[in-house]
Ligand binder design. Structure first.
Ligand SMILES: [Zn+2]
Length: 213
């Protein structure tokens, strides 16, 4: 009996380390010196500091509103935004597909442009869906986001806040918001109240701060 228990514990330990390795697939976007230069330009202009790497203090959850995992990845791959005079392209650290598959697009503490006012301190998770503003994110995506945020919170105890992009106004209560350009703002609805309520239910007891949906 004792031997059986020891074997079970060993199997459990193997499973948890294999699980961590399998949580996401690395599929990095283009990152040359030029991206660093564009980040320097963006962060100086908007945050008044150079910020190629971040100390994560928040996770901002999004939906893509377009495309597939592959097409969103291809869009984020480019260093310059096509319609913004060659400025830094948008991106996020993670994308979650509709079946819950997670791709990591860069090391988590690298700077990504995904949420005005919070990019200097927030990790972005994009979820494929939200077409025409419909709250259509899947149960598999919810479970994947829960696992991913638990992983991030454990790795970066500096993370205190989780909010949806549409909660960017409420999240100013965190004191994290910085934006030097007056009026630089975009109204957002992603990733929907239902999804944020689901995350809150499963993660709030981990000591993370959420806002009323
Ligand atoms: Zn968003």
């Amino acid at each position: 009996m004792k031997k059986f228990l020891i074997i079970c514990a060993a199997v459990l330990m193997m499973n948890s380390s294999a699980f961590a390795e399998e949580l996401f697939i690395d599929k990095f976007i283009s990152w040359t010196d030029h991206r660093d230069e564009l980040i320097d330009e963006y962060t100086l202009k908007h945050y008044g500091m150079i910020c190629r790497e971040i100390t994560p203090q928040a996770v901002v959850v999004h939906w893509t509103a377009f495309g597939t995992l592959e097409s969103v990845w291809r869009y984020f791959y480019a260093e310059e935004m096509p319609d913004d005079e060659g400025r830094l392209n948008v991106a996020s650290q993670f994308i979650v597909d509709r079946d819950g598959t997670i791709w990591r697009l860069m090391p988590e503490n690298k700077f990504a442009r995904h949420a005005i006012g919070y990019n200097h301190c927030a990790i972005g998770i994009e979820n494929v869906g939200g077409y025409k503003g419909r709250e259509d994110l899947t149960e598999a995506q919810l479970e994947a986001n829960v696992r991913l945020i638990k992983y991030l919170h454990e790795k970066y105890p500096t993370i205190k806040y989780v909010f949806g992009h549409y909660q960017q106004g409420k999240a100013r209560a965190s004191g994290l918001f910085i934006e030097n350009i007056p009026g630089y703002y975009a109204i957002k609805t992603d990733p929907g109240k239902k999804f944020m309520s689901g995350l809150r239910e499963q993660l709030e007891e981990d000591g993370l701060t959420f806002y009323d949906p």
